[in-house]
Design a protein around this ligand. Structure first.
Ligand SMILES: [Zn+2]
Length: 486
């Protein structure tokens, strides 16, 4: 049973619109959990001050300049880990530590493609992550185009055998990235779907919303027991070019040359920094992003931004000496991009911690701003979520839904029943840059990143001072996780 506590003076309750809406008798009967007046006042100071006085831009500039691309297990992986450990320490976190994460690696090599006939010209491509190499002299075959992955799956072996499959599905821009799910299957499952029908290679239209002549990389998963074929993405302009050639009803022959392939097993680290509450407690609020990136840009929006805003949020709370009842832990996850290895390792290492994780939220959808507060909490905690959203409404954050998923690295923890929050980031232009050479620091706008850092600071501060739990470890959330889409 949740009760309003003595830190909730009645006089203040009466002064709020909340109390005006609910008759006093109902309040006493329902015992609605409420943040204290002091906590809400501190949250308001964060809202007003943090946009100007947080270090997110500085941290992101430092990461992208001093480390740059951070392919998991690649040449900069160890430098990224060392950077993160040193940065947490420099920022004054109370505890900083590493937890090992092991995974297979992948290496990019040469990546070229050209139309040989009927209209010879070069194409701009990039290998999909995990792709095998072509033969050393390249792979030459005729192209067969499909509008979607589903169309490919409905094709026959007679049509596809011996050809390079080209999936040409365009992606549209939405604030919540709604078209990513329906489009990304071409990248994640296209190679095996094509190989099952006898294809020798895969080219996809980049999973992106821009028209730059830069291809978008990203993970390609090979199905067990299916032959592996080389897979690459064409830039959007090159996909349109290739499609225009195919409309002329002559066979189009393409040569692609990829030098990519598997590397050795590697051990990286989740890098963790914690701000401790004054009184000793094992309970903590978890925020974070993933430290790895793809290798074409410098990983500014994916996901340097998520690392920077969550580090800056916790650092701000500590620097301003804002009182917290529970610890705030920032986790920079290893190797999200090639299979959620860091998130899964964290779940394995902290299974016994589930009840101690008050709430968790990852930032992994670009620079923001945050436009809605989603959650996945027990119903009794929804009044607290409403109060948090109300406190954040001055940042233009709307009320969200209670089917949030918290971010990719929190899928595993969520399945264990950890209460999750989704600070929904405006992703309208995210897929212009995502996984491209254009994912660089100059694209980041201070106003947007500062709003996001402020949102995470308000969230972490409020959650760390919540008067009652959000349901972590309770069977309700374990069951709810099963019915939540990712
Ligand atoms: Zn990401």
């Amino acid at each position: 049973m949740i009760r309003a506590t003595s830190i909730q003076p009645l006089g203040w309750l009466l002064a709020t619109s909340f109390a005006v809406i609910l008759p006093l008798r109902a309040l006493a009967a329902e015992a609605v959990p409420s943040f204290s007046k002091a906590t809400l006042a501190h949250a308001e100071t964060i809202r007003l001050d943090a946009p100007e006085n947080n270090h997110a831009m500085k941290i992101l500039e430092s990461l992208t300049t001093e480390v740059g691309p951070r392919l998991a297990g690649g040449p900069n992986d160890a430098r990224a880990v060392a950077w993160a450990k040193a940065k947490f320490t420099e920022l004054g976190f109370d505890q900083v530590w590493l937890e090992p994460v092991s995974f297979p690696t992948w290496q990019r090599g040469v990546e070229t493609a050209e139309v040989l006939s009927p209209y010879p010209q070069p194409l701009s491509i990039t290998a999909l992550g995990n792709s095998i190499a072509t033969p050393i002299d390249g792979l030459t075959a005729n192209i067969i185009e499909f509008a979607t992955l589903a169309d490919l799956e409905a094709a026959t072996k007679a049509d596809v055998t011996g050809k390079i499959v080209f999936i040409n599905k365009a992606m549209s821009a939405h604030i919540d990235g709604a078209d990513y799910g329906p489009t990304v299957g071409a990248r994640s499952r296209g190679a095996s779907a094509a190989a099952k029908l006898g294809a020798v290679g895969l080219l996809i239209r980049s999973i992106g919303t821009d028209h730059n002549r830069l291809a978008h990389t990203g993970y390609n998963g090979y199905e067990d027991g299916v032959e592996k074929i080389p897979a690459a993405a064409l830039s959007v302009p090159d996909a349109i070019l290739l499609s225009n050639m195919l409309k002329r009803s002559k066979p189009v022959s393409v040569k692609m040359n990829l030098g990519s392939g598997p590397g050795p097993e590697y051990t990286s680290y989740n890098v963790i920094g914690q701000i401790n509450a004054k009184r000793k407690t094992n309970k903590y609020v978890l925020i974070g992003g993933h430290l790895d990136s793809w290798d074409l840009g410098t990983g500014a929006i994916d996901d340097g931004a998520g690392c920077a805003v969550t580090m800056a949020a916790a650092e701000y709370i500590a620097r301003k000496k804002l009182p917290i009842e529970h610890n705030i832990r920032v986790v920079l996850f290893a190797n999200e991009e090639q299979g959620l290895f860091g998130g899964n390792q964290y779940r394995d290492a902290h299974k016994g911690d589930v009840k101690n994780i008050i709430a968790a939220a990852e930032s992994d959808f670009g620079q923001g701003p945050v436009y809605a507060l989603n959650s996945r909490v027990k119903p009794e905690a929804l009044p607290l979520v409403q109060q948090m959203q109300k406190a954040m409404s001055g940042l233009n954050i709307q009320a969200g839904h209670n089917d949030g998923n918290g971010g990719p690295d929190l899928i595993a923890l969520g399945a264990e029943g950890v209460a999750l929050f989704g600070l929904a980031l405006d992703g309208t232009d995210y897929f212009d840059l995502h996984h491209t050479a254009n994912d660089t620091f100059d694209k980041v706008e201070a106003k947007r990143l500062n709003q996001t850092a402020t949102s995470f600071a308000m969230f972490a501060f409020l959650a760390a001072n919540a008067p009652s739990g959000f349901g972590s470890g309770e069977s309700y959330l374990v069951e709810k996780a099963k019915s939540t889409k990712h």
